[in-house]
Design a protein around this ligand. Structure first.
Ligand SMILES: Nc1ncnc2c1ncn2[C@@H]1O[C@H](COP(=O)(O)OP(=O)(O)OP(=O)(O)O)[C@@H](O)[C@H]1O
Ligand SMILES: [Mg+2]
Length: 347
């Protein structure tokens, strides 16, 4: 089950997509209407990986909402629990993308009306895993009930994961978020979000805060997405850096959401956390090959084939702050250590 944001993305692609005010018209390479919203993208990517997925989200009774329902259903996602609000427009995003980087404008509309009460109890009881996306976009609606929802899901035997994504308000959490994270089995921020959530300036500082007991932000397991550098998995004191060769993105929209789908699929298929992260890295890396969040999301065969090429490096604490590593897969010895924000990998 995936909970969260669901909206069309108007995707503006080109080498120069910066708008020029003063009523100037600029030509760009392409503009398309695609599936957007982190939760919706994760749901589609998970369905493509072979999972049975239902999305719980809110849209308006308008063409944008119908577009999303049609696209999701056509992608194999169960949309029976998507709520249609008569009094609110479907949320919408305009993303101006130059490939690796992008600027995003979002109107929340109905998506920010989703509450925990909208989640059907019978679906929650059947779920093997519950993933919530874009916490901060829904913090006033879903936020108050998310901790209880995750608690109920776990009591019924499911695991949980949370990708907060970016906080446009810049507040980065509070008591409600901490309560939700306390019921989260895997916390899935990207690097910038990990720094902001932890209020730290370095990645190792962020890992320290986000994995430290008693700090209110303790996800049981933490996976930090590092863009083309892969992902860092933290399971208690054990850390793995998982990576694949970087690719030049056609459009990086949704890479993190596809990563989440790959990681969840891996965990539900019985992989270890780093192996599941390798499947996440493969799903993310393949997803950036075409514009839009879901167009290039791979099936399980393609994702697994690429995941088998992932480098998985185990770190163990080495007393004085530096860390020692063992190359797990492929079996080539490498050394690695932390410096400031970056992990240095040697041959
Ligand atoms: N250029 C790339 N080459 C290879 N892999 C990539 C590339 N970009 C992203 N990935 C893979 O996708 C994963 C998720 O990407 P990223 O770190 O950008 O997440 P994110 O910032 O959460 O994305 P989103 O913008 O969708 O929220 C990375 O951890 C990596 O495994
Ligand atoms: Mg993200």
């Amino acid at each position: 089950m995936v909970l969260g944001d669901c909206n069309p993305d108007v995707l503006v692609l080109g080498s120069d997509v910066t708008p020029a005010f003063g009523q100037q018209e600029k030509l760009v390479e392409g503009i398309s209407l695609v599936i957007g919203g982190s939760a919706a993208i994760t749901a589609v990517a998970a369905a493509r990986l072979g999972l049975r997925v239902c999305l719980v989200a809110a849209v308006g009774a308008d063409p944008a909402g119908r577009f999303m329902l049609d696209q999701l259903a056509g992608s194999g996602v169960d949309v029976s629990a998507v709520v249609i609000r008569d009094d609110l427009p479907t949320g919408m995003t305009v993303a101006m993308s130059s490939g690796a980087d992008r600027a995003i404008l979002t109107a929340l509309g109905a998506m920010a009306s989703l509450t925990a009460a909208d989640v059907p109890g019978f679906l929650l009881a059947r779920a093997r895993h519950v993933h919530a996306s874009s916490y901060f976009l829904l913090s006033e609606s879903l936020g108050p009930g998310l901790a209880s929802l995750f608690t109920a899901a776990r009591a019924a035997g499911a695991t949980t994961s949370l990708d907060t994504n970016w906080d446009p308000t810049g507040r980065w959490g509070g008591v409600r978020l901490s309560a939700a994270i306390a019921q989260t089995d895997v916390l899935l921020p990207n690097e910038a979000e990990a720094l902001a959530l932890s209020r730290e300036s370095s990645l190792d500082g962020a890992v320290g805060v986000l994995t430290a007991a008693g700090r209110g932000l303790v996800g049981r397991r933490l996976v930090i997405k590092l863009g083309e550098r892969g992902a860092l998995c933290c399971d208690g004191p054990v850390r793995h850096h998982v990576s694949l060769p970087p690719v030049t993105p056609a459009d990086a929209t949704g890479a993190g959401d596809c990563f989440n789908a790959g990681l969840i699929a891996g965990l539900l298929n019985g992989l270890t956390l780093p192996e599941a992260a390798a499947l996440g890295c493969a799903t993310g890396a393949l997803s950036v090959g075409a514009p839009g969040g879901t167009a290039a999301a791979p099936d399980l065969t393609a994702a697994t084939k690429l995941a088998q090429r992932a480098s998985i490096v185990l770190f163990t604490e080495n007393g004085g702050g530096l860390t020692l590593c063992v190359q797990r897969h492929p079996p080539r010895q490498r050394t690695a250590r932390w410096r400031g924000n970056s992990m240095l990998l040697g041959n």
